[in-house]
Design a protein around this ligand. Structure first.
Ligand SMILES: NC(=O)C1=CN([C@@H]2O[C@H](COP(=O)(O)OP(=O)(O)OC[C@H]3O[C@@H](n4cnc5c(N)ncnc54)[C@H](OP(=O)(O)O)[C@@H]3O)[C@@H](O)[C@H]2O)C=CC1
Ligand SMILES: O=C(CO)COP(=O)(O)O
Length: 339
């Protein structure tokens, strides 16, 4: 754990931003959480809870919430971005004039910008070219983190000072932080796995067996790797916590919002109603459309993406999609070899 006390800002007071802010505050740093709702800021400052996003969790009393972005990032040495992907550019643009030159900026957002299929580090770099960037991703369900259950994450950056600083800042008795350099691959893992969590949720709702679940998760990983290689990412990154680790948790836990969307779809509910009822972001819904379009454009074989897209947007039945997959040409198990 870091001996130095850092001035840290977390942007986004939803479930993940609040969970990260709480860890950093528990580790003794000076933490400011920026959010939009005055009411929620008061609730965090006075009662030390965020009942909307983390009900039942008592937050560290030293955690300060504010609706003033300039105040939140003033003198900040480290900033975590934890807003949904659709707001990342807007928030980055505002932040650009406020952030000091040597501040470390970590993206935790697991989504993709529609225009140009950009990952969040690319969006942030366009808006704040001088930012010392890193990406954090892994099996990190916000509720379990806030409950201080053991987990680990990955921090990727080209700058070892960034990775070492964040490792020191976040590491504690229940949270390990592994380092990496492959920002693009790690971010791609975090965004893609959400789509497969929707597939797994559907499968769970219709009551598939354990063999089927296993096949689904493994072939999801195969698709993700195939796509990643086509986009120039290192497939080995997908073997780590940000890949297999996050895919596994999101495809198996009812705490995952994407899994829950899938589960409700599997029960025959309407997508718009499900998203509305969720009240939190499920990035996979948007990522599915973008991924489907990219797979078609780049000619990447992604039967699960195509099948899910067919069910949600083209009115195909689940039986039809499953039958097409099961009768497809026999192919290889593992596409890549290190030899
Ligand atoms: N929850 C989790 O377990 C994990 C989430 N992530 C990723 O973190 C990102 C954020 O997710 P999460 O916190 O879960 O989402 P939530 O839906 O729980 O919360 C989203 C938060 O972002 C705020 N927000 C939305 N738009 C803006 C904006 N334009 N300006 C300021 N604040 C805004 C919302 O504010 P308001 O309440 O005012 O609408 C809300 O506080 C996602 O990309 C997600 O994939 C990553 C790891 C784990
Ligand atoms: O990314 C997550 C866990 O690592 C959270 O997944 P959901 O966004 O599906 O809740």
């Amino acid at each position: 754990m870091s001996e130095k006390s850092y001035r840290v800002a977390i942007l986004g007071g939803g479930s993940f931003g609040t969970a990260i802010a709480n860890i950093v505050a528990d580790n003794g740093h000076d933490v400011h959480l920026w959010l939009r709702s005055e009411e929620r800021a008061d609730e965090i400052n006075q009662r030390h809870v965020n009942e909307t996003y983390l009900p039942g969790i008592q937050l560290n009393p030293s955690l300060k919430a504010t609706t003033d972005l300039a105040e939140a990032v003033q003198s900040a040495e480290v900033v975590f971005m934890a807003v949904p992907s659709k707001s990342c550019r807007e928030v980055s643009r505002t932040l650009a004039g406020l952030l000091s030159k040597d501040c470390i900026l970590i993206s935790t957002t697991k989504g993709i910008e529609a225009d140009g299929f950009k990952l969040m580090s690319q969006v942030i770099h366009e808006e704040i070219p001088y930012a010392r960037l890193g990406v954090m991703s892994g099996p990190n369900l916000a509720k379990e983190l806030a409950e201080r259950q053991i987990t680990a994450t990955v921090i990727a950056s080209q700058d070892t000072n960034v990775t070492e600083t964040i490792q020191g800042l976040l590491q504690c008795s229940y949270f390990r932080v592994y380092a990496g350099e492959d920002i693009f691959g790690l971010e791609l893992c975090g965004a893609l796995k959400n789509v497969y969590a929707i597939c797994s949720g559907i499968a769970a709702a219709i009551g598939v067996g354990s063999n089927t679940q296993s096949v689904l998760i493994t072939r999801s990983l195969a698709e993700m790797c195939r796509f990643a290689v086509k986009k120039g990412a290192d497939p080995m990154t997908f073997m780590g916590l940000g890949g297999v680790g996050d895919l596994f948790v999101t495809c198996t836990s009812p705490l995952s919002r994407n899994y829950r969307v899938g589960y409700s779809l599997g029960q025959g509910k309407d997508l718009d109603a499900v998203v509305e009822e969720l009240g939190q972001v499920a990035e996979g819904v948007n990522t599915l459309k973008l991924l489907y379009a990219q797979a078609e454009e780049l000619d990447v074989h992604m039967p699960l993406v195509r099948g899910l897209y067919g069910i949600i947007y083209n009115g195909q039945s689940l039986d039809e999609v499953v039958s097409t997959m099961m009768s497809a040409d026999q192919t290889r198990d593992v596409d890549f070899s290190l030899r």
